[in-house]
Design a protein around this ligand. Sequence first.
Ligand SMILES: [Zn+2]
Length: 352
Amino acid sequence: MEDTSDIVVEHKIQDEQKKDSRLARCLGLLGGTAHLKISNKKVFADDVVKTDGPFYCPVCLSEVVVRKCTEKIDHFAHHARLSPVITYKDKELHDRCSNQILEYLQKLFPDGKWERERVIPANRDKLLKKIIPDISGRINNIPIAIEVQASSYTINRISTKVIEYQKRNPKVAVLYVVPLTKQLGDEPFRPRLYEKYLHSMFGGKVYYWTINNGSSLQPVHYSPVKRWIEETTWFDTELEEERTEGGFWLTYRTIKTPNYGQCVDIAKDFIKKDRKYFEPKNVKKSIPECTVYKDNLQDWWDKNEYKNLSKQLDIFNNAPKPDFIEHYKFLDEYDDEFCEDQNDATPFTKHL
Ligand SMILES: [Zn+2]
C-alpha cells in the first residue's frame, strides 16, 4: 500500500516551490537543481549542504539557498532582498504618511478641498464605479488622487482604480506613493510586481516615502545590475578537449539596483501627464491609458543601460551558450517600455 504521508509531504514541498517561483517570478528552481557560484556546476539539492554554497539560479541568476527538510525532499529557494514596504500591520505608518501629505497640501492649497478617503460615488448611467482615493483634492483646478500603497494591494486593484479615475470628467490625475518602514539603501533588491508596475506607469520611477521625509518623496529608478560569472575550465569528453567558459558579467533578470533621483516636493515638482496604454510582452496585466501626476525633473539614469544589455546578449547569439547558462533569459516584466518616447525603448527582447 502506498504511504500517503509521503504524498502529503511531497505536495507540501511542491506548494512551497510554486509559491517561491511565483514570488520570485522565476521557474528556474522547480527542477530541484541550482548552480554552484564557484564553478557554475549544476547540483541537486539532495547532494549539497548549505556550506557548499553560494548557489545561484540558472534562469534569473539570483542567489538561492538550499532548504534541507527533515521531511525528505530537499529543494532550493530564491533569496533576494526586498524593499521594506509596509504591510497591513503597519497601518499607523500608512496613516502617518497619508496625514503628513494631506496636511501639507491643505496648508499650501487651502482652496483645494483636500480630504482623506472621500467617497466618489458610483454612477450607473455613466458606468462609473465608486472609488475612494486615499487623499484627494485640487491643485490649480486639476483633480488629483494620491494613493498610499500597501503591500497587500495588487496590480489588479491599481489598474481598476486608475481606469476609474480616467473615466471621470475631468480626468483625475493619480500619484502612487510607496511608504517604506526604513531607507531602501544602495544594495540591489528585487522589486515586487506592483513596484515594477508603478515603475512603468510613472515613466521609469517609483516614489518612495519614509518617515523622516515629511511630504517630500524619493523617486527611484530601477537600473540593471550584473552578476559576475566565474571562469571555469573542464574537460569536455565529447569534444575531447579542455574548455574554458565564464569570466563575464550577466545582467540579473529580476534584481535591480536602486538609482536615486533628487527628492521631489508634491506641491512644486509635479505635473499632470497622459500615460499611454501599454501592453507588456510577457505578463498579462497591461497598463491602462491613464493620467498620472508625476515629477517634471529630467531623467537622471543612463538611457543606454538596456542597450548595453543587448550587446551582452549578442555574445550568445554568435557562440554556443555555455551549459551553465543555457536557461538564462533576460526577460523582465514591464521593463522594455518605460521610456516616454516609445521609439527610444530598446527592443532587447528580440535577441531571445
Ligand atoms: Zn530564478
